[in-house]
Design a protein around this ligand. Structure first.
Ligand code: HEC
Ligand code: HEC
Ligand code: HEC
Ligand code: HEC
Ligand code: HEC
Ligand code: HEC
Length: 461
């Protein structure tokens, strides 16, 4: 009898779990997306040069039966050939890039994908956790919580002891003993004071912690004055990192390129495929380049804001008209000109010199505290560490973010693990003993920690 019941319950469970597996889920969608779609459609669902963003895709297909979207994902070229309106529209915009066919995807799998796409993505994809750094912060939190709990229990126990001692004297004096419940204890003056004290201590700790960290945080991704994309430059156009960050190989700092470096190309590339005139005109306005005459403006320093406004509005307007084959300006065009000019003012004028003229002030992302010393040349030229090892896949980022923790544990970990390229590097000639040991076979490798990479004074002033 009992056995039968157990069997029933068990098979119900089994059925339920099968049903759950077949139902579309975000998690399944995520896996499918990164395996099949992520190579073309950006993970952050933003438009890139060759593919549409997928966010909001269901709304764009809402005018057609749901099965049309399924058909598109399974065989897009067939739908284009059949003249489906949305398919034709997409093709005209993104040709000649052809989307792969996915004839094997089931309805459930496509629903999973759509669920994943629908979910708003927050921030950049998270890099793998750093085992030494992750627990440091939350570890502190738990330490505080644990300590508070122990102190609380101790206080409670002490109070009970005091109560008991008090009761002994009371009984000896012939009075009846009192017994306080937990809630009575918690409402005593001492307990309230203790709780307030603990709260103040905790909030104070968090405030100091936040203040000293400033922007220094993994995944930190501030807005920049110009929508500069590493994906377009270092990724699609394969410009070498050190073409722009030419300090990395020879100095402590990598150095953010000056506007002059941008002009090496942008005196010719005057418009972007995605942003048109809106971003590249900021480069011109900061340095004083006249895109209409293709020449630098002499005496730009002394130009009034009105002169600057007239020139760049004229440029933006002219480009708008030619892009839309207009012979005279219309209202839509005037709105574009105004809003792009506003963008220039916001990016360039609202900075430290309060003028349009002057360098583009980028917001710094990576920032070690003053007491720590880090040198790029040491790592890039001597250690031959790739930029991506520390900064992540920058060539895939439209907007750069801080990929690594930059915590001390992160530095130390790599110094323990990384072998220095000892054999053919003049820099390491001085380490005779290691060379001998390597030759004798007593040593198979030399890590950064062997050459002093864990010594405090190497990294701290
Ligand atoms: C080889 C690159 C590539 C891959 C891989 C790819 N796509 Fe596409 N996708 C495109 C392109 C390009 C377009 C635009 C139309 C065209 O040019 O064919 C597009 C368009 C779409 C659209 C229409 C968007 C809209 O706004 O109407 C959807 C939906 C879509 N893709 C879903 C997917 C899904 C889901 C996957 C993975 C299972 C996927 N794509 C994989 C390149 C790709
Ligand atoms: C065409 C010039 C150019 C190229 C090429 C380029 N960068 Fe940059 N990089 C910039 C500019 C401009 C900024 C400042 C704006 C920003 O943060 O996006 C920057 C910012 C950065 C930052 C953040 C700096 C900070 O504020 O902490 C890192 C890290 C970085 N680049 C790494 C790279 C790597 C790695 C490559 C090669 C894969 C590369 N860059 C290629 C121009 C370039
Ligand atoms: C070595 C050449 C080169 C350098 C240096 C360079 N760019 Fe570019 N940039 C390009 C190319 C190529 C494009 C792609 C144009 C397009 O969209 O077709 C581009 C596009 C852009 C776009 C528009 C993207 C779009 O599609 O809307 C912006 C904004 C931009 N660059 C800013 C900068 C800034 C800021 C600098 C200096 C820090 C810089 N570039 C340095 C070559 C360069
Ligand atoms: C061993 C790790 C490591 C490597 C390799 C590395 N960086 Fe950095 N990078 C850092 C750290 C740490 C900072 C923060 C430095 C600071 O605040 O003093 C930083 C800061 C930067 C900055 C901000 C401005 C500056 O000059 O400090 C840029 C830009 C940058 N790196 C680009 C690059 C490029 C390009 C490469 C490859 C040529 C590279 N980095 C290689 C760790 C690294
Ligand atoms: C991805 C690995 C990696 C990371 C992360 C890294 N380093 Fe290094 N570091 C190296 C290598 C490789 C060398 C060896 C170059 C050399 O011989 O000087 C080195 C050397 C050094 C040296 C010179 C050591 C000596 O004995 O001459 C200092 C100082 C240093 N790193 C500081 C730092 C700091 C500070 C950080 C963290 C902000 C850091 N490193 C993060 C790989 C790394
Ligand atoms: C390879 C480089 C490196 C070495 C070696 C190193 N540190 Fe650090 N240390 C750092 C960096 C980078 C930070 C900043 C971490 C941050 O901002 O979170 C730091 C932070 C600190 C802090 C501040 C607390 C914190 O976590 O921010 C103390 C204290 C400290 N180090 C002590 C030491 C002592 C003591 C030694 C020697 C046993 C040492 N460090 C060796 C790189 C190093």
């Amino acid at each position: 009898m009992l056995l039968k019941r157990i069997c029933w319950v068990f098979s119900l469970f089994l059925l339920a779990s099968i049903a759950l597996q077949a139902a579309p889920t975000k998690e399944a969608g995520k896996e499918l997306f990164s395996a099949n779609c992520g190579s073309c459609h950006a993970k952050n669902m933003k438009d890139n040069l060759t593919c549409p963003a997928l966010g909001g895709v269901e709304e764009r297909w809402a005018a057609y039966p749901k099965t049309d979207l399924y058909k598109w994902i399974r065989a897009s070229q067939a739908m284009i050939a059949a003249g489906h309106p949305r398919a034709t529209e997409l093709w005209n915009q993104y040709k000649p890039t052809i989307m792969n066919n996915f004839p094997g995807l089931t309805d459930e799998q496509i629903e999973s994908l759509l669920l994943y796409i629908k979910e708003p993505t927050s921030g950049p994809p998270k890099p793998p956790e750093d085992p030494t750094d992750g627990p440091k912060e939350s570890g502190n939190m738990w330490l505080f919580a644990g300590l508070a709990l122990i102190l609380g229990l101790l206080a409670f126990a002490l109070m009970r002891i005091i109560d008991n001692l008090g009761n002994i004297t009371r009984v000896q004096a012939g009075e009846s003993p009192v017994s306080r419940t937990l809630s009575q204890v918690l409402s005593t003056k001492g307990a309230v004071a203790f709780l307030v004290f603990a709260l103040v201590l905790f909030l104070g700790y968090k405030a100091v912690d936040n203040a000293t960290r400033m922007g220094r945080e993994q995944n930190y991704q501030p807005d920049q004055p110009v929508a500069f994309s590493h994906k377009i430059h270092a990724g699609v156009n394969k410009i070498d990192c050190q073409y722009c960050h030419d300090g990395a190989r020879r100095s402590k700092q990598s150095i953010i390129p000056a506007t002059n470096t941008c002009m090496n190309c942008h005196s010719a590339v005057k418009k972007g495929t995605i942003s048109g005139t809106s971003e590249i005109t900021k480069i011109f306005a900061s340095i004083g380049y006249d895109p209409l005459m293709s020449q630098y403006i002499p005496d730009y320093e002394n130009w009034s804001e009105k002169q600057i406004e007239d020139l760049y509005k004229k440029w933006i307007g002219q480009e708008y008209m030619s892009a839309n084959s207009l012979t005279a300006m219309n209202d839509a065009g005037r709105t574009v000109v105004e809003s792009q000019w506003e963008g220039i003012v916001k990016a360039l004028k609202n900075d430290s010199n309060g003028k349009i003229q002057g360098p583009i002030e980028w917001t710094r992302i990576h920032n070690l505290p003053d007491h720590a010393y880090f040198n790029h040349a040491q790592h890039v030229s001597i250690g031959q560490v790739a930029c991506q090892k520390c900064h992540g896949p920058v060539e895939k980022m439209d907007v750069v973010y801080q990929y690594s923790t930059l915590g001390m544990g992160w530095c130390i970990n790599c110094h323990r693990e990384t072998e220095v390229k000892f054999a053919d590097n003049d820099y390491y000639k001085q380490y005779e003993r290691y060379h001998e040991e390597l030759k004798d076979g007593k040593r198979t490798k030399v890590t950064v920690s062997d050459i002093g990479g864990l010594e405090c004074q190497k990294c701290h002033y």
